[in-house]
Design a protein around this ligand. Structure first.
Ligand code: GRG
Length: 328
């Protein structure tokens, strides 16, 4: 699902014409106002590569769905969430030694990890400046999301390569590394528009639940998609020691002895493919899909009572995303 398809599903061009472009312009202006090309150049390269722009789109859509106007504050809030997202991707690429992101070379690959560290920090700082210019609630929500991102990433790192990782550690990782920013994306526009606490909470629940589903889908795809589709070999997470729901579920409920000896820091891609094959032959992927359905249902329920094309699009989004990524 690219940014245009997302926009169509949410009727953004009819209801909020030009507003996604306004968010991009707001980000570009905020970067252009800085005078350090050494940091702005690489940051702009990653930003220009685009991505789905899911988070700013959610910020605009939830504001409109709740019946609030999308003003300059909402645009700045949406921009700040995307800046945090991109900053976290730049830092993630350092940690994972990734060479490409969004189809372009990573900052750590081109300018080196030290510059990448500063570029990520710079993006977070610019996001902080933008959000502080909106209101204290927006700035506070963004800071909480950044802390949650770090929490999720730290928990993931704590359990690398550990087959005894409790499933609770997996869920906590997801709450932090993915759901927190989608929760914030979905509620930051309403916060900027000074919507009621009930509306903010409902949108936060929508974003959080969709975020959980979003990451479980990503984790399923790691086991089911080949290099041509995902840009990484089957079972890449397992080689990296990131044990996700399907594997943890298998270890707890199926014949764990089949896969346990294959796991460990030294395992190669062939061993990971064998683990993935064992998981595929088990009910674990269906159970993971059930978890996605459960989160999707929570996301949709949070929108109960809201009407209009944007709200209906938001309600369709979790199901459509699941269908597109994993098939009906
Ligand atoms: C510095 C804020 C900060 C955090 C440090 C590195 C880190 C801790 C957290 C990384 C969290 C991370 C990268 C989670 C993955 C989130 C995710 C699902 C990314 C992909 O999102 P898409 O598919 O990407 O929306 P595009 O490129 O389309 O925007």
């Amino acid at each position: 699902m690219n940014v245009d398809e997302l926009g169509q599903l949410l009727h953004l061009e009819e209801v909020l014409p030009g507003q996604v472009g306004a968010v991009v312009a707001c980000i570009d202006d905020a970067l252009a106002a800085k005078d350090n090309g050494q940091l702005v150049g690489p940051a702009q390269r990653v930003l220009d590569a685009g991505g789905k722009r899911l988070r700013p789109v959610l910020a605009l859509a939830t504001t409109a769905a709740a019946g609030h106007p999308v003003d300059a504050g909402v645009i700045a809030a949406a921009a700040s969430v995307e800046l945090v997202h991109v900053g976290s991707l730049v830092h993630d690429d350092i940690m994972d030694h990734s060479r490409t992101r969004r189809g372009v070379p990573t900052v750590n690959a081109v300018e080196g990890p030290n510059t990448a560290l500063l570029v990520g920090d710079y993006l977070l700082a610019i996001a902080g400046e933008l959000s502080a210019g909106v209101n204290a609630a927006v700035a506070g929500a963004l800071a909480t999301a950044i802390a949650d991102l770090c929490d999720g990433q730290a928990v993931e790192g704590r359990w690398l390569h550990d087959p005894d990782k409790p499933v609770e550690a997996y869920w906590r990782t997801l709450e932090g590394k993915t759901a927190a920013l989608l929760r914030t994306a979905a509620s930051i526009g309403p916060l900027a528009a000074e919507a009621s606490p009930e509306v903010v909470a409902r949108m936060a629940e929508y974003g959080r639940s969709f975020g959980m589903a979003f990451q479980v889908i990503d984790d399923i795809l790691d086991l089911t998609s080949d290099e041509a589709t995902m840009g990484k070999p089957v079972g890449h997470d397992i080689v990296e020691g990131v044990y996700t729901f399907p594997l943890l579920d298998f270890l707890a409920r199926e014949d764990a002895a089949v896969v346990r000896p294959l796991l460990g820091p030294g395992m190669d891609e062939d061993a990971a493919a064998k683990v993935a094959a064992a998981l595929l032959a088990s009910p674990c992927l269906d159970r993971a899909r059930d978890e996605v359905l459960r989160f999707n249902a929570r996301a949709v329920a949070a929108l109960d009572g809201l009407d209009g094309p944007v709200a209906r699009g938001l309600a369709e989004l979790p199901g459509r995303y699941l269908e597109e990524m994993l098939g009906a």
